[in-house]
Design a binder for this molecule. Structure first.
Ligand code: UDP
Ligand code: MG
Length: 319
């Protein structure tokens, strides 16, 4: 039965021209190995998503599509929509083309591609979602390590439970893809989504390899953006916190008021409190701006959602 499983491997690519050939080669080996072991069907294929690269990535993908008919397919975005959109598009397209399970993996193969076999084994055991979880963060830069750790901490505090160090390297089954298709959110936060929807899940540990060619496409700002989207799409705790903060500061302000009145009339102690006044007003000014900022993040989220614009624009698909 297992041998009928059509596996699609989705690979998001942004300016990866030097990696396309070697990655295609390596992933085709993985597929043919699994086919030989009769773990997947020989109709399994690779699906590259060119996320609006400005180098020759699409040219390289197209060459491989021609070189390996039926085994390599490709999709080209009209511009750069970001790795999350590329993953989403890849999964939704292979669902349409046809597959029983999909694995998403980065073009630089930093995530150990040899683990795909374990993903398939878990799938055969009946798991519908298999998360790739990294063993450690040795190869990460300090900023990345720090943002990642802070992110998982904040998410846990906010009640969104995403296992630590889980990546966008995962297998999901056709049933899960059908659910994904029903989520029309503009800024769907994939890592949160796959946790929130239920289904039988498990994880597979893997080691992260250093990137061989090119540079990471992420910087502090893009990572922060991803984190903020994750929080605002899956938790409204920050909004509730504003309320709590408001109550605390009201009590504080009220007590200060009473204390000032008492000090004035009982001890006739008119304070020379210039510094105190400045500190208090800037403190509350700060809190208020911060709270407006939180509200603004949600407003932005709503703004993007209500417009219902397409999540990405497809320029070309090669099948
Ligand atoms: N990527 C993408 N669109 C982007 C940025 C990145 O499709 O706007 C792809 C990239 O080509 C790679 C994957 O997403 O296949 C992960 O990117 P990268 O290796 O730069 O991230 P890191 O490994 O540092 O997390
Ligand atoms: Mg990488």
């Amino acid at each position: 039965m297992a041998k009928n499983t059509i596996l699609a491997i989705v690979v998001p690519c942004f300016n990866e021209k030097d990696l396309i050939n070697s990655t295609t080669q390596r992933l085709l080996e993985v597929l043919s190995d699994l086919e030989k072991k009769e773990k997947i069907s020989d109709k399994s294929y690779l699906y590259f998503v060119d996320d609006g690269s400005i180098d020759n990535t699409w040219y390289e993908i197209a060459k491989n599509v021609a070189r390996h008919p039926n085994k390599v397919k490709g999709l080209k975005f009209s511009s750069n929509f970001g790795n999350q959109k590329a993953l989403l598009a890849g999964m939704l397209q292979v669902r349409k083309i046809g597959c029983d399970a999909v694995v998403t993996i980065d073009a630089d193969l930093q995530q150990d591609e040899n683990k795909i076999e374990e993903f398939i084994d878990k799938y055969d055991e009946g798991y519908k979602i298999v998360f790739g979880v990294r063993n450690d963060r040795k190869t990460d830069t300090f900023t990345k390590k720090f943002t990642a750790l802070a992110f998982y901490k904040v998410m846990a505090i906010l009640g969104v439970n995403i296992p630590k160090n889980h990546s966008d390297y995962r297998l999901v089954s056709r049933e899960v893809l059908n659910i994904l298709d029903e989520y029309k959110e503009t800024d769907l936060f994939l890592r949160g989504f796959f946790h929130a929807i239920g289904f039988r899940k498990t994880k597979v540990m893997f080691d992260v390899k250093p990137r061989k060619v090119g540079k990471t496409k992420y910087n502090f700002i893009t990572l922060l953006g991803l984190a903020v989207n994750g929080i605002t799409s899956y938790s409204i705790v920050p909004l509730k916190l504003i309320c709590v903060l408001g109550i605390i500061s009201t009590i504080f302000g009220f007590s200060m008021g009473i204390w000032t009145v008492i000090a004035k009339f009982v001890w006739n102690d008119s304070p020379n409190g210039w510094a105190t006044a400045i500190i208090i007003s800037s403190f509350f000014g700060g809190i208020q701006l911060f709270c407006i900022g939180i509200v603004a993040e949600y407003l932005g989220q709503i703004f993007r959602e209500v417009k219902r614009r397409p999540r990405y624009l497809i320029e070309e698909e090669l099948l």
